[in-house]
Ligand binder design. Sequence first.
Ligand code: ADP
Ligand code: MG
Length: 733
Amino acid sequence: MWAKINIVFGFLWLASKEIGNCSRNHINIIISAVNTILASPIEYLKGVGPLRADMLKKELEVFTFNDLLQHYPIRHIDKTKVSKISDINFQTEYIQVAGRLMQFDVIGEKRARRLVAQIKDATGILELTWFQGINWVQKSLYVGSDYLVFGKTTYFNGKAQMVHPEIEVFIPTKMGGAAFLEPVYPSTEKLKARGLNGRQLAKFTYTLLQQLTPNDLPENIPASVLKDLKLLGRYEAIAGIHFPTSELHFKKAMERLKFEEFFIAQIRLQLVRLQRNTISKGVVFEKVGSNFNDFYQHYLPFALTGAQKRVIKEIRQDTARGKQMNRLLQGDVGSGKTIVALLSMLLAADNGYQSALMAPTEILAQQHYQSLTSLLKEMPVEIALLTGSTKTAERRRILKGLQEDTIHFVVGTHAIIEDKVQFKNLGLVIVDEQHRFGVAQRARLWTKAVVPPHVLVMTATPIPRTLAMTAYGDLEYSVMDELPPGRIPITTVHRNEMARASVMGFVKEEIAKGRQAYFIYPLIEESEKLSYEDLMQGYEQVKSFFPEPNYLISMVHGRQPSDQKETNMQRFVQGNTQIMVSTTVIEVGVNVPNASVMVIESAEKFGLSQLHQLRGRVGRGSEKSFCILLTGSKASKEAKERINIMCATNDGFKIAEKDLEMRGPGDIEGTRQSGALNFKLASIVNDKGLLEKAKEKAEKIVEQDLYLDSTENAMLKNYLSSQQLKHGWSKIS
Ligand code: ADP
Ligand code: MG
């Protein structure tokens, strides 16, 4: 049993990338696993040596033979193809031509001193230029001979030339031989200056591959999967991505390696998910009791939507079966996630457990606290707010209350998962609007109770399915795809700065009807000061259109002390002020149903999901709402596209897909550090199909063989532990 548990934690540890606390038995495996040729330091490769090795490490993070194998080419050049010189134009990059060397000239002085040669074929003349090794080139090439010349063409004084071409004697019979694609590797200027250009890297890789046998690159995908998907074996694929024998070989190699990346990641996630499901005990919420029922019957302010009911049912099932729940709840802005959280907390209370609700900002925590307090005012549950700015005495009271279980619900920021906060009986943790809560943080919750609490993660806006599969693949998955009834769709328009007066006029009309409005300014990332000045300027401008005492304005920004933020927020929530001027601190979760206009200043500076989030602050009541995107005149093409999308749809799921497409996964908030997205070749945007397949296969494998004990999965298991240990190893050394 111990061994099994160790594996589980090993994989958990692996998935969370929390390397460092390497236990004894991990180290044991390290030694056996890295004792292969691939783990050899790069200096041991023939032709590398200590100096070049240093450069490779510094510049490319190539430490071992294996790292070199994974330094993949950016493209391949078909060197069997000989072009005509007359084919060269401004678009030409790398090209190969054959012709007669016509003449040599050394021209220029000092640093501009260079050797210029001309090569002529039946169609034209191309200039070749060398800045270095002039004597050597002159000695080894002969005017009047025929050469095969390969390189990148550039234009100098309007004339095509090739600087430092690769050049060899042209032997016509060589043409039409076996197709051979030569890899081009990413290198750096520093490396090139030391002669470590892409060509040299190709040589190293070639040398290395010559040295390896298929045994050195053991398979990590089970045979049945390879067969089923007609994938290349690992050795053949790695050879093929570097030195393909044909276009097809390259394509197949790429497919196999991309699949492998997805597959390995999915196996890890599924191991975490399913092993946790199997062995981890969870607190049992066996009954629905008086808290839930009383609230549901007497205090629920509206009928639940179908989607809300479905999700609550899923949560009830998850929490009743004696296993820990780990669920991701995706819902669009305004789909009503808060009430789902509240009902789950009541369910916990019915079974004698405490709950924690965690929000990413103080403002949001405050607001959750207030809405929960007012919803629960007739209920016999004690609720507290704990954030970074909770005063000492109050904090002490709360910590004590949590330890003694006199406080049942705690709402707060990250402060509530600090080590100091101990619960008597924590049964449920809900993470709201949170993209920054990765596997590692989730694992931390396990220390909060003997039996780990159930975890419900609620996203602020939808995230694309592929992203959810990779970044949250260890979680069960719920979607709320239905908005509460009676919502009138928000109308979104784009207005130029020039139209400001008419925009203000429109806002005035809305305010005259009794509504409220937001004006949001971008946070300028590089400079808090700039953001602040921007906001202040905006504030003055808004004030000039909406003078006191007819209009009252709240302003909230990051520089205010939190009690001041809170007061200003509250004045707007209560309707004492008609206008809220703010930076994006307001972005997340804020709920003022009477607000019907959202004006976003410099909208071109916002990302799509942020725009969608902001827009979600209106359209929460029964009135028609508007979102006005104001831009200056010079928005980039992408910015215009974002704005067009915003004007075209209110559907957060669609917007999320578009956002991912436009920005790529690396930039989607909070996922960068997830580790689950560090793919070298595969892309969750372009290789969706492969990802789906990888997930399907991985799920099936782990479902059937939870500890990968079967012979069929032995190689995969070996590979996983060697990888795990490779990371641990590099940290140790
Ligand atoms: P989000 O999913 O963005 O967190 P909230 O939980 O803040 O959404 O809910 C948005 C608004 O919709 C709130 O004013 C809430 O009271 C209201 N709401 C939630 N569920 C329903 C429902 N089933 N019927 C009517 N209004 C609802
Ligand atoms: Mg919310």
